[in-house]
Design a protein around this ligand. Structure first.
Ligand code: NAP
Length: 288
C-alpha cells in the first residue's frame, strides 16, 4: 500500500463522518483550505464512500489528501482493520475527533434504550480512544477532540451523583462503574431514587463530557503531550437532532474546528476542559 507519511501533512481522523457534524467538520476544514490529510470514516461502507465522493467532487484539488476507511467504533475487527490501515498509510495520525454517537428517538426510557445508546456512545467511544492511544497511533503533540453535549449537564443529578462525576480522582474504571450504576438503577426501577435522571443519551454525554478530564490525566497523554478537549456543538440540524434545531451544520462545527486549530499539544489551562461557543464552559450546572 502506498504510504503518504512522506507528505508531512497533519492527519485528522473523524469517527462517524459520513454525515452530520462529523462530515461538516471535514468539509469545514476543507473550506478553510487547511492542508491536512483528511480521513472520513463510517460504520457503513456504502454511506461512507458516497460521502467521500461528495467531498472529492467539491474539493477536487484536495483529492490526494482526502481518504476513506470503514470504521465501526464498537467492532473489534473493524477497529483493528482501521488501525492497520492507519499504520501503513500514515504511521500515526495527529488528531482524532471522537464524533460518532447515537440518540434513541422514541419517548421510551428503559433497558433497551440503554442498550441502544451506551455501547456506542460510552463503551465504543472510550474503548476506541483508549485503544488508539495504547497502539501509539496518535503522534506526540497531537490532539483528541471529543463531541460531548450540553445534554450531559449534571444539573439534574442528585448532589451525591454530581460529586461522583466531579471527583478529581475519578478514574476510567470509576466512569465505567457509574455507567453500571445507571444501568442497575434502570433494572431496579430506581432512577430518581438513586439520583439519576431519565435520559440514556444525556447520561452517556455526562460520562463523555467527564471522560475528557479523566483522559487528560492519563500518563501516556501527558508524556506524549497530547491535547484533550470535549465540546458541545450546540443544538444542530442533523439527523440526530432534527429539523427544529436552530443551528446549521456550518454553525455547529465552529467549536470543534476551533479546538482542532488550537496550537499543538497540551495547553495547561485548557487541557481536559469542556467547551461551548469556542470557550471553556461548565457542564456541571447548566440548565437548558
Ligand atoms: P448524526 O447526524 O446522527 O451522525 C452521527 C454519526 O455517527 C453518523 O455518521 C453515524 O453513522 C455515526 N455512528 C453511529 N454509530 C456508530 C458506530 N458504532 N461507529 C461509527 N460511527 C457511528 O449526529 P450528529 O448530530 O452529527 O452528532 C455528531 C456528534 O455531535 C455526536 O457525538 C452527538 O452526540 C454530538 N452532538 C450533537 C448535537 C446536535 O444538536 N446535533 C448536540 C450536541 C452534541 P450512520 O450514518 O451509519 O448512522
Amino acid at each position: 500500500m502506498e504510504s503518504v507519511s512522506s507528505n508531512s501533512l497533519k492527519t485528522v481522523l473523524v469517527t462517524g463522518s459520513n454525515k452530520g457534524i462529523g462530515f461538516g467538520i471535514l468539509r469545514g476544514l476543507l473550506l478553510k483550505n487547511i492542508d491536512y490529510n483528511f480521513v472520513l470514516t463510517s460504520r457503513d461502507e456504502k454511506r461512507g464512500k458516497t460521502s467521500y465522493e461528495k467531498l472529492i467532487d467539491e474539493f477536487p484539488n484536495k483529492s490526494d489528501n482526502i481518504f476513506y476507511h470503514q470504521l465501526d467504533i464498537t467492532d473489534n475487527d473493524s477497529t483493528t482493520g482501521c488501525f492497520q490501515w492507519i499504520k501503513s498509510k500514515f504511521g500515526q495520525i495527529d488528531m482524532l475527533v471522537d464524533n460518532a454517537a447515537v440518540a434513541y428517538k422514541g419517548p421510551e426510557f428503559n433497558l433497551d434504550v440503554y442498550n441502544f445508546t451506551f455501547p456506542i456512545n460510552v463503551y465504543g467511544t472510550i474503548n476506541f480512544t483508549e485503544k488508539i492511544i495504547d497502539a501509539d497511533l496518535i503522534r506526540k503533540d497531537g490532539k483528541i477532540v471529543i463531541l460531548g453535549s450540553m445534554a450531559g449537564t449534571l444539573a439534574r443529578l442528585s448532589e451525591e451523583r454530581r460529586k461522583e462525576f466531579m471527583d478529581d480522582n475519578l478514574t476510567l474504571q470509576g466512569l465505567f462503574d457509574l455507567s453500571s450504576k445507571f444501568k442497575q438503577a434502570i433494572i431496579d426501577n430506581k432512577i430518581k431514587e438513586n439520583g439519576w435522571t431519565e435520559t440514556a443519551y444525556g447520561t452517556t454525554k455526562m460520562i463523555i463530557n467527564t471522560y475528557a478530564r479523566v483522559l487528560s490525566k492519563r500518563k501516556e497523554i501527558k508524556e506524549r503531550n497530547i491535547g484533550v478537549y470535549v465540546c458541545n456543538p450546540g443544538w444542530v440540524r442533523t439527523d440526530m437532532a432534527g429539523p427544529r434545531a436552530p443551528l446549521s451544520i456550518e454553525e455547529g462545527v465552529l467549536t470543534p474546528i476551533y479546538l482542532i486549530e488550537l496550537p499543538d499539544g497540551i495547553i495547561q489551562d485548557l487541557q481536559g476542559k469542556y467547551f461551548d461557543n469556542c470557550q471553556v464552559a461548565s457542564y456541571y450546572d447548566i440548565i437548558f
